[in-house]
Design a protein around this ligand. Structure first.
Ligand code: DX5
Ligand code: ZN
Length: 213
């Protein structure tokens, strides 16, 4: 199984002081997960690539695009802002190969995500093109939702198909659900509320990572 990584999601942080919030988690985070919502693919809208440019950190940025049909120039904005990986949604793109190829051409790690109700076969043809798959463990759109355990069958099946692929889970992750996802085969764990909802963010991260051994 690939390396275990923890990715605090800044959706749940205080974005008016984002660099201070990131300082709190930096030492213990492997990635910083940044949720981008367009108000179309999901009802809410969040920050854009200009906001990402203001983030000062050495921790790699994991950009999750909950965006309908992102264009090359839109994606380029995130590449120029320093994204280390960019995840698109299968449900949001007519032909995801187009976005995947563009991201890869720009030497950024490309990833594809599916919502809880989307079956795994929908992304089978992209598995050899991407560096990571994000299996959503809640409906995309909001922080603070409950982990959907039914999604674990997809993680298990995917891990069997791809022993070396990065498999990320996102939504409702806490020490208990992280452990469930870890046992199913996930190795990258996004957590918003559980980390940023705590005063001691470092302790919260350690609490998650201590269950992943
Ligand atoms: C949900 C986002 C998540 C969100 C997770 O649409 O993709 O990254 O921040 O938040 P929690 O950990 O609170 O479920
Ligand atoms: Zn996310």
């Amino acid at each position: 199984m690939p390396k275990v990584k923890i990715a605090p999601s800044i959706l749940s942080a205080d974005l008016s002081r984002v660099n201070k919030e990131i300082k709190d988690v930096e030492k213990h985070a492997d990635l910083i997960h940044v949720d981008i919502m367009d108000g179309i693919f999901v009802p809410a809208a969040t920050v854009d690539s200009n906001f990402i440019k203001t983030i000062k950190t050495k921790v790699p940025l994991d950009v999750h695009l909950m965006v309908h049909e992102p264009s090359n120039s839109y994606i380029k904005g995130f590449i120029d802002a320093g994204a280390n990986s960019i995840t698109i949604h299968e449900e949001a793109c007519k032909n995801p190969s187009k976005q995947i190829n563009f991201i890869k051409k720009n030497k950024v790690k490309a990833a594809i995500s599916i919502k809880p109700k989307t079956p795994l076969y929908r992304i089978e043809k992209y598995l050899n093109m991407v560096g990571m798959v994000l299996i959503m463990t809640v409906e995309p759109g909001y922080a603070g939702q409950k982990f959907i355990a039914l999604t674990m069958s997809k993680v298990k099946e995917l891990r069997k198909l791809k022993p070396k692929l990065d498999i990320e889970v996102d939504g409702g992750i806490n020490p208990l659900t992280a452990r469930i996802a870890f046992e199913a085969g996930a190795n990258i764990f996004v957590a918003g509320t559980f980390i940023f909802g705590k005063k001691d963010r470092a302790a919260a991260i350690k609490e998650i990572s201590s269950t992943l051994k």
